[in-house]
Design a protein around this ligand. Structure first.
Ligand code: PBG
Length: 324
């Protein structure tokens, strides 16, 4: 046999050829942009560890959302910074809480934009844990009612999708029941189904002021070393009524994204988290990496691993690049 019958380089010879055989498409349709709603007026506080990310009061958020909408990004994810924290995280479900006001204002002006709300307590509790604390423990079942109240308050404000990120057992079911009982059967649940206990959330905790005051989240978020357990988590959330399942973080867990995609017939989301963003920003600031290229390579890799949707602080930058 004469050498070589197949030369893979033949199909890499020019940009059009490469475009024709490209297997993975990254489009603005797949992106969700996270935003941090703060109380007050004209507030636009930069988050030190996340260049380009701000805590914003509703008036500034509206301007931001306008640019997101102009870039044709289909959805945003909202986090809230409450005026005050307490041990139950009561502002998380207040009808005039910072997220509820933001949702109402945004949906009023941009009715077609998909508004996803993060459902959790850690930004709202004085101790910084994602549930009700008894002694040193987060009480799973006592937290479920509160999470359902949070989700319901977001639905009442007009959220299209609620996204529980707390990792309590059974929370998707209690949220689904509460929504259905109150006539919100059209509100979807995007569950943070396989959410790992990750140090890559570090910069987010500065942005959301949500670091736990004692201990850590290992008793409720997943152990980094586990993959089969992620499949169990995802199957539970699907049984309980999740419409979209998320793997988080993304980059160190691409294998999990792929397994979830191959195992279940639900849309899969991946969260390109704060630490993944900050690492690229920091290296680029030093001139050590080409920010735009590394960003696009990263987002494409997350898509290639199987993510239908990507939550990313790069969403606007990527959308701009994709438009060019
Ligand atoms: C809240 C929540 C966290 C993130 C999203 N929702 C932080 C955490 O669990 O401590 C992380 C997002 C990011 O790092 O970008 N529970």
């Amino acid at each position: 046999m004469y050498f070589p019958t197949f030369r893979p380089r033949r199909l890499r010879r020019n940009a059009n050829l490469r475009r024709m055989i490209r297997e993975t498409i990254l489009s603005v349709d797949h992106l969700i942009y996270p935003l941090f709603a703060a109380p007050g007026k004209s507030v636009r506080n930069p988050v030190g560890s996340m260049p380009g990310v701000f805590q914003m009061s509703v008036d500034c958020l509206l301007e931001e959302v306008e640019s997101v909408n102009d870039l044709r990004i289909p959805a945003i994810l909202l986090f809230g910074l409450p005026r005050e924290k307490d041990d139950q995280g009561s502002e998380a479900y207040a009808s005039d809480g910072v997220v509820q006001i933001a949702v109402r204002t945004i949906k009023d002006k941009f009715p077609d934009l998909i508004v996803v709300t993060d459902v959790c307590l850690c930004e709202y509790t004085s101790h910084g844990h994602c549930g009700v604390v008894h002694g040193q423990e987060v009480d799973n079942d006592a937290t479920l009612d509160l999470l359902a109240r949070v989700a319901l308050s977001h639905a009442r404000a007009g959220a299209d999708v609620v996204a529980p990120s707390d990792m309590m057992d059974g929370r998707v079911r209690s949220i689904r029941q509460a929504l259905d009982q109150c006539g919100f059967e059209q509100v979807s649940i995007l569950s943070y189904a396989a959410k790992y206990c990750s140090a890559f959330y570090g910069p987010f905790r500065e942005a959301a002021e949500s670091a736990p005051r004692f201990g850590d989240r290992r008793a409720y978020q997943m152990d980094t070393a586990n993959a089969r357990e992620a499949l169990r988590e995802v199957s539970l959330d699907i049984e309980e009524g999740a419409d979209i399942v998320m793997v988080k973080p993304a980059l160190a867990y691409l294998d999990i994204i792929r397994r979830v995609k191959d195992t279940f017939n639900r849309p899969v989301a991946a969260y390109n988290v704060s630490g993944e963003y900050s690492m690229i920003k920091a290296a680029a600031e030093r001139g050590w990496l080409d920010e735009r290229q590394v960003m696009m390579e990263t987002l494409t890799a997350i898509r290639r691993a199987g993510a239908d949707l990507i939550l990313s602080y790069f969403a606007k930058d990527a959308a701009r690049l994709l438009q060019e």
